[in-house]
Design a protein around this ligand. Sequence first.
Ligand code: SF4
Length: 447
Amino acid sequence: MTTTPARPTASVDLTLRAQNRGGAAAGCATTLLDAPWDVDARDPGYGPGASMDDAIPAAAPRQGEIPAEYREAGAEELDRRIRAAKAELGDRVVVLGHFYQRDEVIQYADYVGDSFQLATAAKARTEAEAIIFCGVHFMAETADLLSTPEQAVILPNLAAGCSMADMADIDQVEEAWEQLMELYADETAEQGAVGAEGEGLAPVIPVTYMNSSAAIKGFVGRHGGIVCTSSNASAVLEWAFERGRRVLFFPDQHLGRNTAKAMGVPLEQMPMWNPRRPLGGNDEETLQAAQVILWHGFCSVHKRFTTDQIDRARAEHPGVRVIVHPECPMPVVDAADEAGSTDYIRKEIEAATEPTTFAIGTEINLVQRLAAEHPQHTIFCLDPVVCPCSTMYRIHPGYLAWVLESLVEGEVRNRITVGPDVAEPARVALERMLAVRPAPVRPTAER
Ligand code: SF4
């Protein structure tokens, strides 16, 4: 018996409903089919899906109840209202949809891409007064950083955060930095001394993954650091090593470890920093010898992938091509045929000229969409359990209709803004990354 679906539908919602009707387990949580406003009304949490067991910070934004007309409207009515509001607003609004967003929302997106591609796309649409980001909180913040002050960036559901971004809390990061600066004080003194061993090199350069809060991007910008994406992480690490003896990498330990390992950094020189312990749980010698200090963060979507799943895919599909995202744990990346960003995965599938079987280790919405778009291939998710990103899943057409019709009435709901103290250094960190490698995106209509 095979554990692989014969041909997945594009919609994760429809898959879950079909499984539910057939009496099969409805994904990783029985509450996945609950209405999102019911989830909003419960105790704070990331919601059903991969991050549901992660600890949410007390200060995480919550979404208030939206009017009953949106909660009670059926799919057809919401579709009609969303299209009508978009048509009325015309170029005044642009809707962005992340690769991991559900199909029921993606169908209204003017652009579909990864977080940085979408923020860059928004930047090019200067005529749009409103940018509706159907993604998660840090993505909307990045779009706000890159858009003009006149443009309002809107997150349809404020509870759509990101558990991984939340794992790098700014207070904990500031505290870690203070400890490291104290430890490396001698090297800091050497840095400016001509002819000294460390001449010109900072003791440590902070590097943050795009999947982090604006506060962390601002911190990095203030301390000579840089932002990276999963597409350019090795180029960014090279940039950092030209300027510093070590890198402090957050929030995703797996992207940091997988990237540095591929560049030849030994594992014993990549200690992990646990923010709840003095010196991150390390001794001074380990931190002195470190090349990359990894923050204790992870993505609960990509943490679900295992080497057993890869073994099973290979046993059931001889010749299968296994591609995983670099946010997966190192043994999974090592066991896969390839590892790459969402954009890499998409392009590799598009470039395959012969019918191919692909087993993919990334978020289920993207995998099912790729399967539907490329019927000549067999494409399936390595994880047989349907378990979407919890927080992406908080966006539903009902919220999109609410923010769009509010705009028609002249009201901006759920605006995400980054204050100037944070925005200025955060932009510096993003500009440093842009100088390393840009990431273009095309409108959906041109794909
Ligand atoms: S897939 Fe992971 S990193 Fe991306 S938004 Fe969801 S929890 Fe965050």
